[in-house]
Every structure is written in structure tokens, then in C-alpha cells.
Design a protein around this ligand. Structure first.
Ligand SMILES: C[S@@+](CC[C@H](N)C(=O)[O-])C[C@H]1O[C@@H](n2cnc3c(N)ncnc32)[C@H](O)[C@@H]1O
Length: 270
């Protein structure tokens, strides 16, 4: 059993560095994840604690972030949101941005990449005219490990069995051994970056669509509101923000409104 002092230290650590809220009843989760990391590094949890306190390197920080984050994701998660994107939002934004021919989309906690790749495949399939546009899709996450995985665009059988329509698998993936490699064309549509939402991200500029799905659930209220206010500042007029289908964010922002599109709740800046 890990000492309470160590669990408290890593619980504070998660809050300070990533914004994650590990309440007291989640101590078991921290413990199992630290176990995992200490095994990987071949050191005891006491040594891990000592190093994290006294000589935290960037490499160790990244490794701790990798194990403390929950990276569950799958292709076309909350399918209704992708339907609404295809039927209403993208056609509207294409009309709105027709003269400058520019569209910017950010998946701001993209885990292993299924979310931004789903957006890229949907655009390639249904909006071929955007190939001529200045289209940017950024996928970012605080965890270096998942961003490196996402960049590879190589998925397991289990991953492609989750949410990905068979015709998208046939059209956009090639099998290599027991892996499925996403088409280079789709991979090149997404730029992956390691970004911590707790830090300043204003340098990214403004977006037409932001996907912020299943990440704020892990933050305490004040961190949620701070991040959401700064995300609103990254949205152009007439742009959209998605949360996970079952998430209800706290009140935030100055101008953001809720809108029901065919039974799907979306947030937008009028
Ligand atoms: C449950 S996954 C959601 C993935 C995807 N958005 C989806 O809905 O399928 C949550 C992701 O948020 C990331 N995350 C947690 N804290 C973060 C932070 N402070 N900044 C950026 N990403 C963070 C985690 O690393 C994880 O990959």
C-alpha cells in the first residue's frame, strides 16, 4: 500500500500540472497508475516520488502525464455530432467562408487521433471541394505518448472495429500485418501537437470549429471555466464548439449560445 503522503503529492501534481481532479475516492486510480509507471521505469514508487519532488525532468513529467490521463476514444464517437457536422455545420461554414476559402478545426484533447481523423475522413468523403481550400485540422493533447501514437496513424483491429463504418475502413485504411494504416492523404490533413489546455494556447489563432469532448469532465469547476473562457476566445464569429454528448459544461464565456440542431446540442458564437 502506497503512503498517503505520496498519493496526496501525486494528486496535487495532477491538479497543478494537468488540471486533473483526483478526489480522495480516486486514490486507488492514482495508485494503480503509479504502479504501472514504476514498473515501466524499473524503480519503486518511493523513488518515483523522490524524483518527481526533487529532480523532475521534462521526460519524467511527460511519463507521469501519460499515465495519469485517461485516453479512451474511438472513431465517430457520438455519431449524431458527425451527422450534424455534415448536414448543417460544414455546409453553413463553407458558405460563410467561401470568399476566403479558409476553414480551421481544432480537436483539443484528441487522444490517439480517432477524433480528428474522423473529421478528416468525413470532409474528404463529403466535401471534396475543400481540397482546394486552406483547410487546417489540428489535433492536440497534453499526453506526448498519445500524440506520437496519433501521428503514426496506425491502429489495431480493436480500434478500427470501434465506430468506424466498414466503407471508411475499406476506403481509407490499408492492412499491414495486424495493424491498419490510415491513408497518407488523411494523415496529412491533420497536424498533431502536444498542448496542455491549462497553458496559454492563444498563439493558435481563431477557429471555426473546436471539439472539446470528454476532457473537461476531469477538471474541477474553476479549471473548467478558465479553459472554456479561453476556448471561447479562440472561436470566430459564427463558429461552433462541441462537448461530449453526455457532458454539460458549467456556464462560461461572454457570447456563447446553445443551439439544438436535429436533436444534437451544440454551442456556437453568434
Ligand atoms: C477521454 S479522452 C477524450 C478523447 C476524445 N476527445 C474523445 O472524445 O474521444 C480525454 C483526453 O484529454 C486529454 N487531456 C487531459 N487533460 C488535458 C489537458 N490539461 N490538456 C489537454 N488534454 C488533456 C487526455 O490526455 C485524454 O487523451
Amino acid at each position: 500500500m502506497v503512503k498517503k503522503e505520496i498519493l496526496n503529492f501525486f494528486s496535487d501534481f495532477a491538479l497543478r500540472h494537468i488540471g486533473l481532479n483526483f478526489s480522495k475516492d480516486k486514490a486507488y486510480l492514482i495508485q494503480s497508475r503509479l504502479d504501472e509507471l514504476s514498473k515501466e521505469l524499473g524503480i519503486s514508487i518511493e523513488e518515483l516520488y523522490h524524483d518527481s519532488r526533487n529532480r523532475l525532468t521534462n521526460e519524467l513529467l511527460n511519463k507521469i502525464i501519460d499515465v495519469l490521463t485517461t485516453n479512451e476514444t474511438y472513431f465517430f464517437r457520438d455519431k449524431i455530432q458527425f451527422d450534424v457536422l455534415r448536414k448543417y455545420i460544414l455546409p453553413e461554414l463553407i458558405k460563410k467562408n467561401e470568399s476566403e476559402k479558409r476553414l480551421r478545426i481544432w480537436s483539443c484533447a484528441c487522444s490517439t487521433g480517432q477524433e480528428p481523423y474522423s473529421i478528416a475522413m468525413l470532409i474528404d468523403e463529403y466535401f471534396p471541394q475543400l481540397r482546394e481550400w486552406n483547410l487546417e485540422i489540428i489535433g492536440s493533447d497534453v499526453s506526448k505518448k498519445v500524440i506520437e501514437y496519433a501521428k503514426e496513424g496506425s491502429f489495431s483491429q480493436v480500434e478500427v472495429n470501434r465506430g468506424l463504418p466498414a466503407r471508411f475502413l475499406a476506403r481509407y485504411f490499408k492492412q499491414k500485418g495486424n495493424r491498419w494504416l490510415i491513408d497518407k492523404k488523411i494523415r496529412d490533413m491533420v497536424r498533431f501537437m502536444q498542448i496542455n489546455l491549462k497553458d496559454d494556447f492563444s498563439y493558435l489563432g481563431k477557429f471555426d470549429i473546436i471539439f472539446c469532448r470528454y476532457v473537461i469532465i476531469y477538471f474541477p469547476e474553476h479549471v473548467k471555466i478558465n479553459i472554456l473562457n479561453r476556448l471561447e476566445e479562440r472561436l470566430n464569429k459564427g463558429s461552433y464548439l462541441f462537448f461530449g454528448g453526455s457532458e454539460i459544461p458549467p456556464p462560461f464565456g461572454k457570447n456563447i449560445k446553445r443551439k439544438n440542431l436535429a436533436g444534437c446540442l451544440v454551442y456556437f458564437v453568434p
